[in-house]
Ligand binder design. Structure first.
Ligand SMILES: [Zn+2]
Length: 218
């Protein structure tokens, strides 16, 4: 899943309007932001495997640190606690923690069974929505559209960065997703490990844009 992870961040703005969209993106995408780093370090592994599912040409055969159920629980607790400690806002910290965990739930729905329980073992979870291109597109774009509607109902731009900056972020995420779906498989897993780190840009971009928007009076 790609757009869906950003969508939950946009949706969450309604629940915790004072939390920056950057933090909400960071939480919803945390394990995918860390995944390229673990690939680079050789601690997790993936390979190119066209046809692995109808949607993705990647075989996520070893990524338990970022994508096991226990890993997801630990990352959720970790970021939630860090947020509570830094910002002293318990409610927002719970939402941040839940957002981190939502990543695993959305991946559970979309991935083939490649999500492990813990570091080892032979039990793998995944409901395989990725076997259906139509189903995946409906889920991704449906969630993303809902997120955009809720975020733009909660906040309003105070200048051009808040409007043009926001819509260019949405546009670029959409283009990247369409490129991923329609383009050829990536040439190598090591390229993904390098290029994947660029996703941090969307987190920074969201912090920047969110600063140039204000909450709508409710
Ligand atoms: Zn993921």
């Amino acid at each position: 899943m790609f757009l869906g992870h950003y969508a939950v961040g946009l949706v969450a703005k309604k629940a915790v309007p004072r939390v920056s969209l950057g933090t909400l993106f960071l939480a919803g995408q945390l394990v995918d932001l860390l995944w390229p780093l673990f690939l680079l370090l050789g601690l997790e592994h993936a390979r190119i495997d066209p046809g692995n599912t109808a949607v993705t040409p990647l075989d996520f055969y070893d990524y338990p640190i970022t994508h096991s159920l226990i890993g997801a629980i630990l990352w959720s607790g970790g970021l939630g606690l860090a947020y509570a400690f830094l910002k002293k806002d318990r409610r927002a910290a719970v939402v941040v923690g839940l957002l981190v965990f939502s990543h695993w739930v959305l991946d559970l729905i979309t991935h083939r069974p490649d999500l492990s329980l813990g570091l080892g073992g032979s039990t793998y979870f995944g409901l395989g929505l990725w076997n259906s291109v139509a189903g995946t597109l409906i889920a991704e774009f449906g969630l993303f559209a809902a997120g955009i509607v809720l975020y733009t109902r909660t906040t309003t731009p105070i200048n051009r960065i808040g409007s043009i900056g926001f819509w260019s972020l949405i546009g670029l995420l959409t283009l990247i997703y369409i490129g991923n779906i329609t383009g050829p498989p990536p040439p190598s897993a090591s390229l993904i490990a390098v290029v994947g780190n660029a996703s941090w840009l969307f987190v920074l971009w969201a912090y920047w844009v969110d600063k140039h928007r204000t909450l709508k009076p409710s």
